[in-house]
Design a binder for this molecule. Structure first.
Ligand SMILES: Nc1ncnc2c1ncn2[C@@H]1O[C@H](COP(=O)(O)OP(=O)(O)OP(=O)(O)O)[C@@H](O)[C@H]1O
Ligand SMILES: [Mg+2]
Length: 270
């Protein structure tokens, strides 16, 4: 039974739907979503990317698309770097979307996911808005998520919110594939590793909650440049350690999804 009476969408053509979420904003969800989607496509899978961040859709910019898209001339979802892309930002300016509540979000998702020609997808990656409020709950309850990946940074403030994100998925009975620690460390020109935001927080949270730790992505200023210029790291700097970390993440996601029973109960967070 869906609280609020919103039915779950039926999406039989999408084999795995994976939410990328966090409690806190700005930890790198959109960067992870975009690079994860591209890394999966690079492995030969059919991949879609849904930017579900109604408040601050940033995936279009990361893939070189600015502003709104005229649906009468441009077929949606868009094709970019071999993945199919749809964003709330294509149709609705964020300043209009911020007042959206559950039923409107549900209607938009129905339009995006059920009515657009996505074709058969092995993976749909869903970039979630930050936080654990009404919009996030509607998303998790409307979309038949296979699993979620929770992104955190090493700081305590981020870890506390990531834990709230984990709890939200437990409440809606969506298995969490694991935790990824972004902006984990920085390797200087001297080759030394600097733990700018502290060390091991993501791993500790994973240990404390019994959720797998999926890996650490280093800080690299090129991530910002490539995100702002429409060519994410996996495409623009495939040889970089950051791109390698995203490909590793994609490999772990594929492996864990193949192994995990779809209805696996979430571990206790106590
Ligand atoms: N590993 C990294 N190294 C350096 N910069 C990064 C890294 N990951 C993300 N960033 C940068 O941090 C900023 C925030 O990232 P991003 O937009 O992906 O976060 P988000 O969690 O989606 O934010 P929001 O909550 O606003 O949706 C961006 O400018 C991005 O380029
Ligand atoms: Mg984002």
């Amino acid at each position: 039974m869906q609280p609020g009476g919103l039915p779950k969408l039926s999406l039989p053509n999408m084999k795995n739907i994976v939410a990328v979420a966090s409690g806190k904003g700005g930890v790198g969800k959109s960067t992870v979503s975009t690079n994860l989607a591209l890394a999966l496509a690079g492995m030969g899978f059919k991949v879609g990317l849904l930017d579900a961040d109604i408040y601050g859709p940033s995936v279009p910019l990361m893939l070189g698309i600015q502003g709104q898209v005229d649906q009468s001339t441009t077929p949606l979802p868009l094709d970019r770097h071999g993945i199919k892309l749809m964003s709330m930002g294509f149709l609705v300016p964020p300043e209009k979307a911020v007042i959206w509540r559950g039923p409107m979000i549900h209607r938009a998702l129905t339009q995006f996911l059920s009515d657009l020609p996505w074709g058969e997808l092995d993976y749909l990656i869903v970039d979630m808005p930050p936080g654990t409020g009404d919009a996030q709950l509607t998303l998790t309850q409307s979309v038949p998520l296979t699993a979620a990946v929770v992104v955190t940074t090493p700081q305590e403030v981020s870890l506390i919110d990531a834990r709230k994100g984990l709890e939200m998925f437990r409440e809606v009975r969506v298995p969490v594939l694991g935790i990824i620690e972004n902006m984990s460390y920085f390797v200087g020109d001297d080759g030394k590793r600097y733990d700018i935001f502290g060390h091991g927080g993501g791993q500790r949270l994973a240990d404390a909650t019994g959720v797998p730790f999926l890996g650490a992505i280093p800080i690299d200023p090129k991530v910002v440049q490539s995100g702002d210029s429409g060519a994410p790291m996996v495409i623009s700097h495939p040889e970089s350690p950051v791109a390698a970390a995203y490909r590793d993440l994609a490999g772990v996601v594929v492996k864990n999804l193949a192994q995990a029973p779809q209805e696996a109960p979430l571990p206790s967070l106590s």
